[in-house]
Design a protein around this ligand. Structure first.
Ligand SMILES: [Ca+2]
Ligand SMILES: [Ca+2]
Length: 529
């Protein structure tokens, strides 16, 4: 091993400094948890909060700073918990409020934060608010939902979000009217034009902040209000988000991330950078990286991130993911090529933004094939913690997730994608994630540094520089999986010599130019100052 070119900082101290400051969310690595599929503690086949608590040490060792819990509130489960029937309790499948408090305490004791999925656009049909609203045209909550005599209203020009059906209106025989829903019929939209709804939902946020949560991931938040002018992030919804942010600001050190609807710029979700969301999901990269990395050209990725940086106000940044509960597993988007997935993760960790690792990304978890709620379940299969003893039938084994029968069948190839197997293999995706998360930790340049794209004369090489006040890093990602490439970046003007911290590419300076040699599917991260 060569002598380090640059004196190493105390990365743990740097991480502690960055993660305790007001912009901690820019430096944190988030981990998206589907509680149902992470760890079962009582053998009923359903992951739960005590199970999650038992895996916090694992997550901390992996390098995770914050957890996003997908919905943990009571729900009839028509949409995997995104149909809430009680905003102030815990789904009994997952545990109790005492279990939740214990999770918060255990996470905080490890310096990890916990944000909750806040699903405010709609409730479950089973929510008492809806049950009351549907009773008559005149009751205290008659106007809490969006009702109509016809399956449509001139002031509501939108249909359902694609994949949730063909009509946004469902007949309710109790009330004798139709109700509006952007998502499944079991998810009626709340009527935000009613100030009581605004007050009640802000109160829900207050309830959880008082309980000690560190913020929210706001589901479908652009869809709160509808008007003749449109249904997505109209001015009234913007005003609501600003109220929510004001509420959040009363609690120090909290942050929230918004889920846009569809593609386009995330910038409208940030406002000034101080008055709406701190983070919003980057749908473009999350959905399209598979195509980017399959192409030979690095240009679209470079263009995307350069445009993002241009559009976003100071302090706010995109939340970067390579898969989630809503889309296919990263392994599928990578067309089954793990090196492809790893390069996508490298970009996710080193381009401007906050990385959100979906549980199982670190194992390159394969998709499942069983459907319980809908086909998105293919990306929601349980974690694989242990190898199957040879004597046991693979299908009957719980893989360390459960001692019982799992709520849904495990994903494909469990023999090679369980944690025990990957821990033993220095070439595994898990080993790669360990080094990748460790690389990002305590390095301000990746969380909040500037970005300079370094164009080379070979378009199958993505090359960029991230800089903080006292450190500079070069990242190189090869687009080609089959051949070596050499690229010359004229005028790169790198500030110093290259010390490779990760990967297999080579980087050298020749005058003001930089030269990179990239193996097939190669990559590299270099410190240059
Ligand atoms: Ca359980
Ligand atoms: Ca709505």
């Amino acid at each position: 091993m060569a002598e380090p070119v640059y004196p190493e900082k105390d990365r743990a101290a740097e991480a502690a400094r960055l993660l305790s400051g007001p912009e901690w969310y820019r430096h944190a690595i988030f981990y998206q948890v589907y509680v149902r599929s992470l760890q079962d503690s009582n053998g009923d086949g359903i992951g739960d909060l005590p199970g999650l608590i038992s895996r916090l040490d694992y997550l901390q060792a992996l390098g995770v700073d914050a957890l996003w819990l997908m919905p943990v509130m009571p729900s009839p489960f028509a949409d995997s918990g995104y149909d809430v029937s009680d905003y102030r309790d815990i789904n009994p499948d997952y545990g109790t409020m005492a279990d939740f408090d214990a999770l918060l305490a255990a996470a905080h004791a490890r310096g990890m934060r916990v944000i909750l999925d806040l699903v405010l656009n709609h409730t479950s049909v089973a929510h008492p608010w809806f049950q009351q609203s549907r009773q008559s045209l005149k009751n205290p909550k008659a106007d809490w939902y969006v009702w109509s005599d016809a399956p449509g209203r001139p002031d509501i020009p939108c249909g359902p979000v694609p994949t949730f059906g063909t009509s946004a209106w469902t007949w309710d025989p109790v009330r004798g009217q139709y109700y509006f829903h952007r998502f499944y019929p079991a998810q009626p939209d709340l009527n935000y034009w009613n100030p009581d709804v605004v007050a009640a939902t802000l109160d829900v946020a207050r309830f959880w902040l008082d309980r000690g949560v560190d913020g929210f991931r706001c589901d479908a938040i652009g869809a709160l209000y509808e008007s003749a002018a449109g249904c997505d992030l109209i001015p009234e919804t913007v005003a609501y988000i600003k109220s929510l942010r004001q509420l959040l600001n009363a609690y120090p050190g909290r942050a929230m991330v918004g889920e846009p609807i569809g593609f386009g710029s995330e910038a409208p979700f940030f406002g000034s950078g101080q008055d709406m969301f701190q983070m919003a999901f980057d749908f473009n990269y999350g959905f399209l990286w598979g195509g980017y990395l399959n192409g030979a050209s690095a240009q679209p990725i470079a263009d995307h991130f350069a445009a993002v940086l241009q559009a976003n106000p100071p302090g706010a940044q995109n939340a970067l993911y390579i898969d989630s509960h809503d889309i296919r597993r990263a392994f599928q988007a990578a067309l089954g090529v793990e090196s492809h997935l790893r390069r996508a993760a490298l970009i996710q960790m080193t381009m401007p933004g906050t990385p959100f690792v979906y549980y199982g990304d670190e194992l390159a978890l394969r998709p499942g094939s069983e459907v319980v709620v809908d086909t998105r379940d293919f990306a929601r299969t349980p974690m694989l913690w242990k190898e199957a003893p040879p004597a046991l039938g693979r299908l009957d084994f719980g893989w360390g997730f459960t001692t019982g029968r799992p709520w849904i069948a495990f994903g494909a190839e469990p023999d090679s994608t369980n944690l025990e197997a990957e821990e033993l293999d220095p070439g595994s995706t898990y080993a790669f994630y360990r080094s990748l998360l460790s690389l990002r930790r305590g390095r301000e340049a990746f969380g909040a540094g500037s970005l300079r794209i370094l164009p080379t004369d070979d378009d199958s090489i993505l090359l960029y520089l991230r800089e903080s006040s006292d450190e500079s890093y070069v990242v190189v990602v090869g687009m080609d999986e089959k051949a070596w490439h050499t690229g010359l970046a004229a005028g790169a003007n790198l500030p110093g010599d290259a010390e490779r911290l990760l990967g297999d590419a080579q980087l050298a300076r020749t005058g003001t130019a930089a030269v990179v040699h990239v193996p097939p599917a190669g990559m590299g991260v270099f410190r240059v100052r």
